[in-house]
Design a protein around this ligand. Structure first.
Ligand SMILES: [Zn+2]
Length: 344
């Protein structure tokens, strides 16, 4: 019995020693870790590689029963030389750009409306018509948003400049939206697709005519190119809003649902931080600059009075917001990001 008691006593002592040694070792390891943290703060963070990708370029908003998805085509920057206005105004813009190089930052976007019955794309971005590079991401972002180009039923075009229609057609003449019917104002289609008008146009404007004709061609051939005069109903709950001036048939599309409205205003604004404060400033791409300014001067006060969501392809992404009167001009209130699927 005695030898057993002795063996138990020795075994208990050994266990205590092991535990003691282990706890000393654990304390030493902990101390070393703390010392290294104090000596090199954030060492682990500094070693992490930077990531050069971005979240997918789409943003959803509910407008009544409509699901609107902004689709990013790419970043853009307006050029000072594009702007025309009174000398004092342009001088003040030049000074502002000198102090803030981001003054003329812009974007190119299209917008998808899912009405529950139809999938409608408003403008298509530039596709490959500005070369490979910053623009042309709309179709990829459409897929990221959960839709395929084949699912698009209608494409509504605000005007026939290639930064709005380039995404319709590949360089080798294939339709990107093979099942879509394309709608465009008759005045717009007649102007840009006319060989006679193109022949008389200034050299600078020639590329716009050439791209419009090449991009439209496969849809015309397929019987998918439709024009409107302005009185037709193309989609229930959608009104055509003539915004003549930037181009001959420049058109906005206003959708209403459950008392809520959203206006897709095309190129009513190119450089938001300049033209909202100075709506009289025009751009060199305006076919009829006085008409473009007059249209803006009619449209902006109306939008500031009404609670209309605006979707602007060249407004900073997601290009969705509201206007408020501010001084002699207007301020832009972008929609607030939310991951709650409720209307904002
Ligand atoms: Zn544009």
């Amino acid at each position: 019995m005695k030898s057993i008691d002795k063996a138990v006593e020795v075994s208990a002592q050994t266990t205590r020693n092991v535990l003691k040694r282990n706890s000393i070792r654990f304390a030493a390891v902990l101390l070393a870790a703390l010392v290294s943290l104090v000596a090199a703060p954030n060492a682990a963070l500094a070693a992490a590689p930077q990531h050069h990708d971005q979240v997918p370029g789409f943003y959803r908003l509910k407008v009544g029963d409509l699901e609107v998805t902004a689709l990013f085509d790419g970043p853009a920057v307006a050029d000072l030389h594009w702007l025309n206005g009174a000398k004092a105004t342009i001088d003040s813009v030049v000074e502002a750009v000198h102090e803030d190089p981001h003054m003329l930052d812009a974007a190119d976007s299209g917008f998808l409306v899912n009405t529950g019955k139809q999938l409608i794309l408003v403008d298509t971005g530039a596709g490959t018509w500005y070369g490979a590079g910053a623009l042309g991401h709309l179709a990829g972002n459409l897929r990221s948003a959960g839709y395929a180009p084949e699912e698009v039923d209608l494409v509504l075009i605000t005007h026939l400049h290639s930064d709005h229609i380039g995404g319709l057609t590949t360089q080798d003449g294939k339709r990107v939206f093979p099942n879509a019917d394309v709608y465009i104002a008759k005045a717009e289609s007649d102007f840009w697709l006319s060989p006679e008008i193109a022949a008389k146009a200034p050299k600078d404007a020639q590329p716009f005519f050439q791209s419009a004709q090449a991009i439209a061609a496969p849809y015309i051939k397929a019987g998918k190119w439709h024009t409107f005069n302005g009185s037709e109903t193309i989609v229930d709950g959608m009104q055509l809003v003539p915004l003549h001036g930037h181009t001959p048939g420049h058109t906005g599309y206003e959708f209403s649902s459950q008392g809520k409205k959203i206006l897709f205003w095309g190129d009513s604004i190119h450089a938001q931080r300049v033209q909202l404060q100075h709506p009289e400033v025009t751009v060199v791409f305006d076919n009829d600059p006085p008409a473009a300014a007059a249209t803006r001067n009619q449209l902006l006060p109306k939008l500031a009075r009404e609670d209309v969501v605006i979707a602007g392809p060249h407004m900073l992404f997601p290009g969705l917001g509201r206007l408020h009167k501010e001084g002699s001009g207007y301020s832009w209130a972008p929609v607030a990001f939310t991951d709650q699927w409720v209307e904002k």
